[in-house]
Design a protein around this ligand. Structure first.
Ligand SMILES: NC(=O)c1ccc[n+]([C@@H]2O[C@H](COP(=O)([O-])OP(=O)(O)OC[C@H]3O[C@@H](n4cnc5c(N)ncnc54)[C@H](OP(=O)(O)O)[C@@H]3O)[C@@H](O)[C@H]2O)c1
Length: 336
């Protein structure tokens, strides 16, 4: 798999990042290790997890980080991989109460280092934002962690465009690197911010897209495969999809996009997965999709689908726009 250097860092991870939610929760240790082994066998070197994965399930806390930590140790992979994890998520029982204060960030980071059995996190994400905490205060805490050698770089997740712009301006004025990447909900599927099940999540659209396009800030989209919506729509297995995901994605606009994806697949011989990931990889700034595979077959399918970024005209066609941004008349838009 291709690798890509993240600007302002010495990190050169694989283009695809493997999402850690299922590790140690819906997948037991044996199947988690098999998934991680399969990803590495495909050339994957980039893992994404979080202190809170998967604390919404009963039982042990931070099972994803702990499982990755045991796998890294047992397989002696730590120095080959780029490990990204997140902190500063609200308590799951108090999502309205942000945790962007210094004590919470430092406590979360120290816990993640222990869980992952490592001395340093390669890329540390703020999982959420608190618009009432000044960006200078938050960055000052992160810079201290950088200087202490506990993290190599930091990024934001679920931050709105104006807050990222403020943080980057503050970093520049201080001579700090600032956020080296941004993690948001984004895929080929159209999703309205208002329909997200969790209002503290941020979807890629409007001002946020413009910020990435203007600054070249790398995007690491999560739910990058729309939870398998387009593959399931093509196979006719939408009835087996998780109900919440189907509610979010199975809209008239995404049914239309799905027809366009299937038409493009038939014309070009590309797989549905290659078009779904190619849509992100063909954007006008660096994109490293986070894929949430649950089986080894899905890992292999997703990893083999990274070499065909869509052209701007193909992206416009799927979005139902002409290349110049105007809507495409229905009759010129081939559907099956
Ligand atoms: N920053 C944040 O707030 C945030 C939020 C959410 C997630 N994340 C990160 O992003 C990661 C990925 O999120 P996600 O799980 O929503 O991503 P996703 O890749 O869009 O969805 C994963 C689901 O897609 C299906 N799938 C995966 N590969 C497939 C393939 N090759 N062909 C067909 N279907 C396939 C599977 O569905 P089935 O199980 O139905 O087979 C799988 O469970 C997470 O693990 C986490 O690391 C971050």
């Amino acid at each position: 798999m291709q690798t890509i250097k993240i600007p302002k860092t010495d990190l050169t991870p694989s283009l695809l990042c493997l999402g850690g939610v299922p590790l140690g929760s819906v997948l037991d240790e044996r199947r988690s290790f098999a998934l991680l082994d399969a990803f590495v066998a495909q050339g994957g070197t980039f893992l994404d997890t979080a202190r809170v994965y998967a604390d919404w399930l009963p039982g042990e806390r931070s099972t994803s980080e702990k499982t990755i930590g045991r796998w890294l140790k047992q397989r002696r992979q730590r120095n080959r991989l780029v490990i990204a994890t997140k902190g500063a998520h609200p308590e799951l029982t108090a999502m309205h109460r942000p945790r962007l204060d210094r004590a919470s960030i430092v406590a979360d980071l120290d816990q993640s280092l222990r869980n992952l059995q490592t001395d340093v996190i390669d890329l540390y994400w703020l999982h959420r934002d608190d618009p009432l905490t000044p960006v200078a205060v938050i960055l000052d805490t992160l810079q201290d962690q950088l200087r202490a050698g506990k993290i190599r770089a930091y990024g934001c997740s679920n931050w709105r465009a104006e807050r990222i712009a403020a943080a980057q301006a503050c970093a520049q004025s201080q001579g700090w690197p600032g956020f080296v990447a941004d993690q948001m909900l984004w895929s080929l599927a159209a999703v309205a911010q208002e329909t997200l099940p969790d209002p503290t999540m941020v979807a890629m659209q409007g001002a946020l897209f413009d910020l990435h396009a203007a600054s070249g800030l790398p995007a690491l989209p999560y739910a990058a495969q729309a939870n398998g919506y387009f593959q399931r729509a093509a196979e006719g297995t939408l009835d087996g999809m998780n109900a919440a995901s189907r509610l979010l994605y199975d809209t008239p606009e995404n049914r239309r996009r799905s027809q366009a994806v299937q038409a493009l697949a038939a014309e070009t011989g590309r797989s549905i997965s290659a078009i779904v990931l190619g849509y992100l990889l063909g954007q006008p700034f660096p994109v490293l999709p986070i894929v949430g595979c649950r089986t080894v077959t899905q890992v292999e399918d997703s990893c083999s689908a990274t070499d065909a970024p869509l052209h701007a005209a193909e992206i416009a066609r799927i979005e139902g726009r002409a290349g110049d941004g105007t809507p495409v008349p229905a009759e010129t838009f081939p559907v099956q």
